[in-house]
Design a protein around this ligand. Sequence first.
Ligand code: FAD
Length: 247
Amino acid sequence: MEVRLLEATEDPEELICTGARNDYSEPFVGDQTFEETMETVEGDSLEEKKETLIGHLLSHGHYGPFEHPQVTFAVEGISRSCMAQITRHRHVSFDVQSMRYVSFDDVDPADVREGEMVVVPPSATDPDWVGRNQKTGQVDEETVAERDEIFRDTVADAVESYQELLDLGMPPEDARFVLPIGTKVNMVMSMNVRMLMHIADMRAAADSQWEIRQMTEELLDLAKDWCPITFKYYEENMKNRKNRLAP
Ligand SMILES: Cc1cc2nc3c(=O)[nH]c(=O)nc-3n(C[C@H](O)[C@H](O)[C@H](O)COP(=O)(O)OP(=O)(O)OC[C@H]3O[C@@H](n4cnc5c(N)ncnc54)[C@H](O)[C@@H]3O)c2cc1C
């Protein structure tokens, strides 16, 4: 998979702090410079003041100001299964690549065996992989080789059948019914900072599936560059605790 940050609010933490200071400020924040707005916040520099205020907001559960900054990510090559999981989050806006209008008619089924078009889960190839809902633990090389073969044969056959149906004039929107749930999809998604932390609470957690966890970790890495004080605090003090952003 590939995850990129497409667009994001400039100065997200200035916006978070301005929103929060508005709540306790008699003067109108719209008429003030950011320095004036932050004047009474503890800290020697503006950066320190932002750290003080953001830490205070997060430690007290004052999450509203984190709904102001918006970020848009583009995600390439996750499974339709992972897509179904992430699109359950209702405060995120999505654009999902269509299988009604995009027909994968030029993909070589031989390449599908090698990971083109369908995501290959680690449990199909790694004998040491222990998934959360796996009934057995580690397996021997022979068993995983068998899994690998069954998995790759099945997905390559499915893509071949899909393309035969297209050749027989079946509309892509109906021919897609034979494709696996692991079929890759591209997505664009937009959310605010509070929602990103909520997604991380739920989807970076140990009981989430490996694919959505990996995607979430990549979202968090990008978020750390974009909104550094907030996501540093999140990483150090909030990550992996019980979900509290939306109790
Ligand atoms: C490990 C794991 C396993 C899962 N297994 C399943 C499964 O087997 N089957 C299944 O169907 N789902 C499953 N889910 C999905 C899960 O139940 C949620 O639907 C999904 O994670 C969206 O999160 P959310 O409920 O926090 O809602 P979001 O849409 O992310 O909304 C954020 C918050 O807003 C509030 N909110 C939003 N909409 C409403 C509303 N209509 N009413 C009241 N409050 C609202 C809630 O506080 C909510 O937590 C699983 C999730 C995880 C992480």
